[in-house]
Design a protein around this ligand. Structure first.
Ligand code: NAP
Length: 285
C-alpha cells in the first residue's frame, strides 16, 4: 500500500481525492490519496511528516505553492521559473518539486482548441496572480507571438511582466470592458486566470464582452465552478469557441500521478470522477 496526499488550506472543497482514487483503482494500484488541511505555519512540518511516513508524493494547492517551491531539494526548471510547485515526489530520500499546472494547461488548451494552439498565438491573459504567472510561462514555453496581460491592479500586472523579460511582445493594461474589447481585436486566444466568480457568485465576471466576437476566437477560463462561468457563457453566446478549466485540473493531476507511478494515467476516468465530485457539491458548484 502506497499513499499520496494533498496539502492545502482549506482542502474540503477539493475534487482531487475523488479524481486520484478513481485513477488508482483503474490502474490497479493499491494506493490511497489523503487530503490534509495544513495551515501555512505548519506546511514544512507537514511535508516532513509525509516524507517520514514514506508517502510516494503530494499535490500542493493554495496557499502553499510558493512555500513548496522554496523548500524542495530538487526543483525542475518550471518550478524555478514560476516560483510555484504543485507536485512533490519523495524518492531516494529527497523531496523533488514539479509544476504540472503549466504542462497541464498546455495539454488542456491543445485538447480544447487543437494541437499547439499557443504556438504563434496572440494571447490575452486576464489576471496577474499565481495562475496568470503559469499561463505566461506556458506562452513563453510554447512560443506564443504576443501576450497582452490585463489585470485589475496595474501595478501587479507590471510587476509580473517585469519578471519575464524574455516573454514574447508582452504588454500590460487595466482589466475593464474597454480594455478587453481593444485587446481581443488582434487576439486568437483569451485565457481567463483571475479568481473572479470561483465557487461563489455565479454572476461575477472580470469584464463584459463586446456584443459580437470573431468565431475564430478561443476563450479558456481556468475557473471550473460554476460551470460555465458567466464570462465563458457570454463568450459562447457571442460566437467564440470556449472551454472551462476542468481539463487543466484533470491534466495537472494526471501528470502528477504519472510522475509518482511511472505509468500513464487514465484521464477519462479522472475527468468522470472530477465531474461526479463537482456535481455532489452545492448546486452553484
Ligand atoms: P491569486 O494569486 O489570488 O490571483 C487572483 C487574481 O484574480 C488577481 O489577478 C486578482 O486581481 C484577480 N481578481 C480577483 N477578483 C477579481 C475580480 N472580482 N475582478 C477582476 N479580477 C479579480 O489566484 P490564482 O492562484 O492566480 O488563481 C486564479 C484562479 O485560477 C482561481 O480561481 C483558481 O482556482 C484558478 N486556477 C485553476 C486551475 C485549474 O486547474 N483549472 C489551476 C490554478 C488556478 P488583483 O491583482 O487586481 O487583485
Amino acid at each position: 500500500m502506497q499513499h499520496a496526499a494533498l496539502l492545502g488550506h482549506p482542502v474540503g472543497h477539493s475534487v482531487s481525492p475523488a479524481m486520484q482514487e478513481a485513477a488508482f483503482a483503474a490502474m490497479g494500484l493499491p494506493w490511497r490519496y489523503l487530503a490534509f488541511d495544513a495551515p501555512p505555519e505548519s506546511f514544512s512540518e507537514s511535508v516532513k511528516a509525509l516524507r517520514t511516513l514514506r508517502f510516494v508524493g503530494a499535490n500542493v494547492t493554495v496557499p502553499h505553492k510558493a512555500a513548496a517551491a522554496s523548500l524542495v531539494e530538487v526543483a525542475e526548471e518550471r518550478v524555478r521559473r514560476s516560483g510555484a510547485c504543485n507536485t512533490l515526489r519523495f524518492s531516494r530520500g529527497t523531496v523533488e518539486g514539479m509544476n504540472t499546472d503549466i504542462p497541464g494547461l498546455i495539454e488542456a488548451l491543445d485538447d480544447a482548441f487543437g494541437a499547439s494552439v499557443l504556438h504563434g498565438a496572440s494571447v490575452v491573459v486576464l489576471g496577474a496572480g499565481g495562475a496568470a504567472r503559469g499561463v505566461l510561462l506556458a506562452c513563453i514555453e510554447q512560443r506564443a507571438r504576443r501576450v497582452r496581460l490585463l489585470n485589475r491592479s496595474m501595478a501587479r500586472a507590471q510587476a509580473l511582466a517585469a519578471d519575464f523579460p524574455d516573454a514574447p511582445a508582452l504588454t500590460t493594461g487595466p482589466l475593464d470592458d474597454a480594455a478587453l474589447a481593444a485587446a481581443i481585436a488582434e487576439a486568437t486566444l483569451v485565457v481567463q486566470a483571475t479568481s473572479s466568480g470561483m465557487g461563489g457568485d455565479a454572476e461575477a465576471s472580470p469584464a463584459r464582452w463586446p456584443d459580437r466576437l470573431p468565431p475564430h476566437l478561443c476563450v479558456y477560463d481556468l475557473v471550473y465552478t460554476p460551470r460555465p462561468t458567466r464570462f465563458l457563457r457570454e463568450a459562447a453566446e457571442r460566437g467564440a469557441r470556449t472551454c472551462d478549466g476542468l481539463g487543466m485540473l484533470v491534466a495537472q493531476g494526471a501528470l502528477s500521478l504519472e510522475a509518482w507511478a511511472g505509468a500513464a494515467a487514465p484521464r477519462d476516468v479522472m475527468r468522470a470522477a472530477a465531474e461526479r465530485a463537482l456535481a455532489l457539491r452545492s448546486p452553484s458548484a
